[in-house]
Ligand binder design. Structure first.
Ligand SMILES: [Zn+2]
Length: 296
């Protein structure tokens, strides 16, 4: 039995083991989503903070790709964050992002998405890289084959539809050279049609493709954090951060963080001692990080 405090909703849970699905917290989070928020927190704040305790900083701009409601909603409260979808508004086509979006985001989250975008996947990775600010980063979770083998299921995809035939679905593709291909060995994730699995990654190929798409550093999460519900026993997803330049707060972010600190000082008297103590050590770290010196 493992006891943990969910870093997405704050709830206390006890679970037998961390299966890939279903969720292991009532908020809907699983191991890889908690890992993604853990990585986001470390990248932005230099420490792992539960999402409900993130400071409110509207100067940080983020974009979600079909993020789950359990963390999309709090992210929208904390940051200038927009969740997007491939099949409804606000719509976002990751393979052909508008130029007006280039260089706009501090972070982009892509949880279990890169295995579903059309080939070549590098096109999507390059677009996401362009959309990030020079110090922006991409947070990813993705299934990676334990064998480390990369398999592209439909490399010649060009003009295609997934169609019902009898009791199942088939993919009909007209290749670029005009020839037709019909496939019925389709794998769907959590539905049909739009969530067709296009590929299975291996960690090595994933790192190489991100690097080739403009990311300077790719850092995989390799350690378990069972106390916040991150224990990769049966889930072979690979949470990672892909950076351009390492993230650093700009002046506007720092002044927001200082304002948030002052607000907690003000509310301090009402809080119980344990919470105050915890916040104090957190603020000490932040103070050092943003150069505020010992008084913070
Ligand atoms: Zn939770």
């Amino acid at each position: 039995m493992v006891a943990f405090a969910c870093n997405i909703c704050g709830a206390w849970n006890e679970v037998e083991h961390f299966a890939t699905e279903p969720a292991t917290c009532a908020c809907g989070s699983n191991v890889r989503l908690r890992a993604l928020i853990h990585l986001l927190s470390i990248e932005l704040f230099g420490q792992s903070i539960p999402l409900p305790e993130f400071p409110r900083m509207k100067s940080i701009r983020g974009l979600g790709m079909s993020d789950k409601e359990c963390y999309a909603r709090p992210l929208a409260e904390k940051f200038d964050y927009t969740n997007t979808f491939y099949d409804r508004e606000p719509r976002f086509d990751s393979s052909s992002a508008d130029e007006s979006l280039w260089g706009q985001y501090d972070f982009i989250l892509s949880a279990d998405v890169l295995e579903h975008v059309g080939p070549p996947v590098e096109e999507t990775m390059q677009q996401l890289c362009r959309m990030l600010k020079p110090r922006g980063f991409l947070g990813v979770t993705i299934f990676c084959a334990p064998s480390d083998r990369m398999r592209e299921h439909f490399p010649d995809l060009h003009e295609y539809r997934v169609l019902p035939l009898g009791g199942s679905q088939v993919l009909v593709n007209r290749r670029a050279d005009g020839t037709l291909e019909v496939r019925d060995d389709l794998i769907f994730h959590g539905g049909t049609g739009a969530t067709l699995e296009m590929r299975e990654f291996g960690a090595t190929a994933l790192r190489e493709k991100l690097s080739a798409s403009g990311f300077r550093e790719v850092e995989f999460l390799v350690e378990n954090r069972p106390e916040i519900g991150i224990l990769f026993d049966s889930d072979v997803s690979q949470p990672l951060i892909a950076r351009k330049e390492p993230f650093a707060m700009d002046k506007r972010m720092i002044s927001e963080l200082v304002a948030a600190y002052r607000a907690t000082q003000h509310a301090k008297r009402k809080a119980d001692d344990r919470v105050v103590l915890m916040n104090a050590s957190r603020w000490m770290k932040w103070g050092k990080k943003i150069g505020l010196g010992p008084k913070v």
